[in-house]
Design a protein around this ligand. Sequence first.
Ligand SMILES: [Ca+2]
Length: 443
Amino acid sequence: MTWCWRIAVFASINKKVVLRPVASVVKMHRLLLLPFAFLLAQAQVLADDGCTPDPEFGESCPTHCGVANVLSKYHTHMQDGATTAKEDITKLEDQREKLEININTIHEDSNHVTTETQNLRSKGYDSIELILEQVKILESVSLSHDNQIKELVELYKTNQEQSRTLQAKLVSIVDTCKRSCVDKTEESISPITGKDCQQIADNGGTQSGLYNVKPTKAKSPFLVYCEIDRGIGWTVIQHRQDGSVNFSRGWNAYREGFGYLSPTMNSEFWLGNEKMHLLTTQDQYRLRVELTDWDGEKRYADYGHMKIGPEDDSYRLFYSVYLEGDAGDSFDGFDFGDHPSDKQFTSHLGMLFSTYDSDNDKYDGNCAAQDGSGWWMNRCHAAHLNGQYYPGGIYVKDEEAGIYDNGIIWATWHDRFYSLKTTTMKLLPMLRQLGQGQKRGDY
Ligand SMILES: [Ca+2]
C-alpha cells in the first residue's frame, strides 16, 4: 500500500476506532497522533497554496491535492474525532496511570505475596520436615515398642511354660516330701525307749535324735528330742532358733505343747507343760538353759531340782538352786533400776504359769497378754524365753504400739531390749555325773 492509501485508510479507521482502556491501545494512539497532526498542518498549507498534481503518486492514487480535499472534507469531523480521541486518550491516560498504579500495586502485592509465599513455603517445608522427622522418630519408637512387645510376649510365653513346669515340680516335690518326710520321721524315731533321754542313753542310745519316752506316771509314751553325747542324755523341752513358730499361744497349747520336733533339732517347739510336769516329777532334774546371742556367743545357766507342778497348781515352777553357768541367774530376778523391788517383782521361783487366756501373774494387768507369750510370770520377768522373736536382737519399747520388754530375754546377760537368737531348755537327772566339757556347757 502506498503512503497516500495509508492516510485514507487511517481516516476511515479513525472514525470507527473503538477506544479500549488497555495499555497497548493507548500506546498505539499516542504513536499515531503525531503524524496525524503533522499531515493535518500540511493539508492546510497545500489547500491555501493551490494544488500541483504529482505524477509520482500515479493515476490510481489520488494526488496530494486529493488528499487535501479528503482531508479538508473530513477535517471538521476529524477534528471532532481528534478532540474526542484526545479526551478519550486523556481518560485513557488517566486510566492508564491508574492502571499503572494498580499494576505497580499489584506487582508490589504480587512480590509481597511471592515473598510471603516463599516464606510460607519455606516455613511449611520446615514444618513438614520437622513433622517428617517427628514421624520418623515416632515410627522408630513404634517399631522399637513393637519389638519390645514381641520380646515381652515371648518372655511371657517362656515364663508361662517355666511356671507350669515349676508348678508341676512343686506338686511332685510336695507329694514326695509328704511321703518321705513322714517316712523319714518315722524311720528316724529310734525303737529304744525309756522314762527320759538319760535312760535311753543308758539303754544304748548313742545318737541325738527323736525318741519316745514314757515317764513313770505317763499314760502313754510321747516323742522327745534327745541330745545324747558320751553317755549323757538330755531331754529337750524347749527350743528357739529362727522365730518360725508362733509362741503367743493359749493355755491348752502350752499344756499340750506345740511346734515341730525334728531329728536334727532344726525346728522350734515347746514340749508341753503336762509332759514337763510328768518328766520333772519322776526324778530330780537339772535344768540347763542354753543361750546364743546375735554375735554367736553362747552362754548357759544350770538349776538344780527343777520341777513343774501339776495343772491344778498352774504348772508352778520350782528349783532348789542356781547351780552354775556364765549367763547369770535371771530366774532369781533382776534389778532394772525402775523400782526398789524390781528383783523381787521379776524373780520366777514359785511362779505360776500364765498365758494370755490364763492370767496367774502378780501383776495388776496381764503379763502374758502384754508380752505375747506363755511363761512363769511375776510382774513380769527377768527371764523370758518364750518371748517374741526379734531378728538382729535389738528392739525398742513402744507403749503406744503395745511393745514392752517382750523379746527373748535373759536379763543377767543382755539388756531386756535385746532379744536372744537361740534358746534351749533341757533336763538331765541330777545324779548323772557330767563330764568336764559337758559340765561347762560344751554344746
Ligand atoms: Ca495379772
